[in-house]
Write a new protein. Structure first.
Length: 319
């Protein structure tokens, strides 16, 4: 890590990773090199965001940080199944919790399948059976000094009340709370729960049925729920997922134009198509992509441009 920091400048995502690590080191070990590296990281962060929650003048301010803060509520939500909302929930939660140092938690309200609850059970079993994954998990949890992020099952109805109650009883201050929600607005309580999110991210694919349902759903959020004012929503963000380089680029241009005409927000980053999105760890796995216990391998992230998506995601939620 120290060698990479010396190769200044680096990306916003990488700077966030370094900053969290250096804050941890500075709390327990405070040699001059740590202070110097921290200042280098903050210099780079200031290029992306003028206001920082940490005073750049001295690293000693980390001891006076107020841990009491309100967590950000985020949902990857869509009205069409199979576009990747549960997958992105686990990917982003794992990156933020295990690699970037944030404290996250997940509510799985995707009734009746509760995919993330089942995924975590499979991940636990796989880590116990795969010696390589077991070593990776041991090394990771020893290094970060905290447990796996919790995944809690709940129905969409009264989900916000359950989330606030859980936060108030948590011994650990939570930075981000992710919600995996049902894929239909007909579910009882779903619109009220969506109105309680701070940021909503909606994956889309170049499929007519996906686009039609997504555009109607997003217009409902923006033109009905948000305009009434009885909402916590700060942003609703569409993003392209499963982009195949062999597909007709003109088709994407038509959809992009339509999204712009409707006044909807489309993220610049596009996540490329990869079989890894539908594949969990196996008995002979040597690296990880989709897991609730380990962050995705950075080489695999770059291959599908997930790292670029994370950069833009962090700029939007402004932690």
């Amino acid at each position: 890590m120290f060698i990479e920091i010396a190769a200044y400048p680096f990306t916003h995502y990488r700077a966030q990773v370094y900053k969290k690590t250096l804050l941890y080191l500075a709390k327990y070990r405070s040699p001059p090199i740590i202070r110097l590296l921290y200042l280098v990281v903050n210099m780079q962060l200031n290029r992306y965001r003028q206001t920082d929650t940490i005073q750049e003048s001295t690293i000693t301010n980390i001891y006076n940080m107020d841990p009491k803060h309100k967590p950000v509520f985020i949902a990857f939500s869509s009205q069409k199944g199979g576009v990747g909302k549960s997958t992105f929930t686990s990917l982003v939660a794992s990156i933020m919790h295990y690699r970037m140092g944030y404290n996250v938690a997940v509510f799985d309200a995707d009734f009746p399948q509760h995919s993330l609850m089942k995924m975590k059970s499979r991940d636990l079993a796989m880590v116990m059976e795969n010696e390589n994954l077991k070593r990776m998990a041991y090394k990771q949890f020893t290094a970060i000094g905290k447990k796996a992020y919790p995944i809690m099952q709940h129905k969409a109805e009264y989900l916000l009340e359950a989330a606030h109650k859980w936060i108030s009883e948590s011994n650990i201050p939570i930075d981000v709370l992710f919600f995996d929600l049902p894929g239909t607005v007909n579910t009882s309580g779903i619109l009220r729960t969506l109105a309680g999110m701070h940021h909503i991210f909606t994956p889309i694919t170049a499929d007519r049925m996906v686009m039609e349902s997504t555009l109607i759903f997003t217009q409902l959020l923006q033109n009905v729920i948000m305009e009434k004012g009885e909402t916590s929503i700060k942003s609703v963000n569409l993003f392209w997922n499963q982009v195949d380089g062999r597909e007709n680029t003109a088709l994407y241009e038509v959809y992009n134009k339509l999204i712009g005409q409707l006044g909807l927000n489309l993220m610049k980053s596009q996540v490329k198509k990869s079989s890894k999105f539908r594949k969990e760890s196996e008995l002979d796995s040597k690296n990880v992509f989709r897991s609730t216990l380990l962050p995705p391998d950075e080489r695999l992230m770059r291959a599908c441009q997930l790292d670029i998506f994370i950069e833009e995601f962090l700029e939007i939620i402004q932690l």
